[in-house]
Design a protein around this ligand. Structure first.
Ligand code: SF4
Length: 361
């Protein structure tokens, strides 16, 4: 008989499971704490549970984050992992940990493949297989936190995996319910305890759902923008046809109005494509578009992948574009490519296991 995975269940669910087993509710809270706060995956390690209960749970339940199929370390310290779920060889996603001096950012995936076809993005060449569950999303964090020795969680200790960005494979807002449930698990102060303002959702621009990031998820927002003109943006990101820039900017303004002070600032990601979107005129258009918003522009030199049609703008062009945006009054920075030697940099992710087009679950 298949064992029930307790990872991904809320504290209330685990208390209920304990009560259905005839146990007092405090046992459920103890098990929850072992799983989420202490990172225990074996019931035999849950020291304050009676041995008979440890053995009984072992027969019927498990704590499963997902299985690491591949684990690649870049020369710059970036780590890319291929994680598989439910023993399904097609259900594998990449997750990337980027350590820096002041923080460590984990880039998580929310879908296996992607239904959108942004032309600069390697994932966009991989058909959507399915949405990840909340457990599969949060599991990527637990794996990284374990590897970074952040678990068991310690009081007054800055974790190595300090920030989480939904910038991996998939469009997180097309998996809103499970992304929301994963964020709830990750931010529960009785459990994993990540601060909500250390989490950012990056979207290709699913305009109607953006205000709900402020009101329901209460985390930060990044927009994968890449062009400030509708024709060009539709060419780079076909989703722009459905949600053109005027609609997207209205949603961003609504987000900024509704978000708490720690989450208000919106990051606009702008991949620098040689001769495509990197002229001075493009920079001025960009500033015009976002000048009324609390905006930060993150310029990303294009990271090539096998079969990609673009070249990166030269470092001098990227620097000139950045200066112009700054001189016109918008905060801007250039993202240093990380993990490009192991295809872990922005836009390079693609699971090794190609999928065929099937409906989402
Ligand atoms: S950029 Fe995001 S939304 Fe676009 S194809 Fe890549 S994963 Fe999908």
């Amino acid at each position: 008989m298949a064992r029930t995975n307790l990872f991904g269940k809320s504290q209330g669910d685990i208390v209920k499971i304990a009560e259905e087993m005839g146990l007092p509710s405090f046992r459920g809270r103890q098990i929850y704490e072992w799983i989420y706060s202490k990172g225990a995956t074996l019931f035999q390690d849950m020291a304050n549970l009676p041995k008979s209960l440890q053995e009984g749970l072992e027969q019927t339940h498990c704590v499963d984050y997902g299985k690491i199929l591949e684990n690649a370390l870049s020369v710059d310290g970036t780590r890319k992992m291929l994680v598989q779920f439910r023993n399904d060889s097609r259900a594998a996603v990449e997750t990337v940990f980027i350590p820096e001096s002041q923080r460590g950012t984990l880039c998580v995936s929310s879908q296996v493949g992607c239904s959108l076809s942004c032309t600069f993005c390697h994932t966009g060449t991989q058909s959507l297989y399915r949405n990840l569950s909340a457990a599969e999303i949060a599991g990527q964090y637990m794996i990284a936190a374990w590897m970074a020795k952040d678990l068991p969680r310690k009081v007054n200790h800055r974790p190595s995996v300090s920030n989480i960005v939904f910038m991996g494979q998939g469009e997180p807002l097309y998996n809103f319910r499970n992304v929301g449930a994963a964020i709830k698990l990750l931010t529960d102060q009785d459990g994993v305890g990540v601060a909500p303002w250390r989490i950012t959702i990056s979207t290709s621009g699913i305009a109607p759902l953006i205000p709900r990031i402020a009101t329901e998820l209460r985390v930060g927002l990044a927009i994968s923008l890449h062009a400030a003109d509708n024709d060009l943006r539709t060419e780079i990101m076909p989703i722009n046809k459905t949600y053109p820039l005027s609609m997207l900017m209205n949603s961003c303004a609504e987000f900024a109005r509704l978000a708490g002070p720690q989450n208000r600032r919106i990051t606009f990601e702008y991949v620098m494509l040689d001769g495509v979107n990197d002229s001075d005129q493009h920079a001025r258009q960009l500033v015009d578009l976002i000048s009324t918003l609390p905006a930060h522009v993150n310029l990303i030199p294009f990271n090539p992948w096998p079969g990609s049609v673009y070249q990166s703008s030269s470092p001098a062009r990227v620097a000139a574009f950045c200066s112009l945006v700054r001189n016109l009054g918008i905060h801007a920075s250039v993202r240093t490519p990380r993990g490009d030697d192991i295809l872990a940099a922005c836009g390079q992710l693609k699971s090794a296991h190609e999928t065929t087009k099937t409906p989402t679950v």
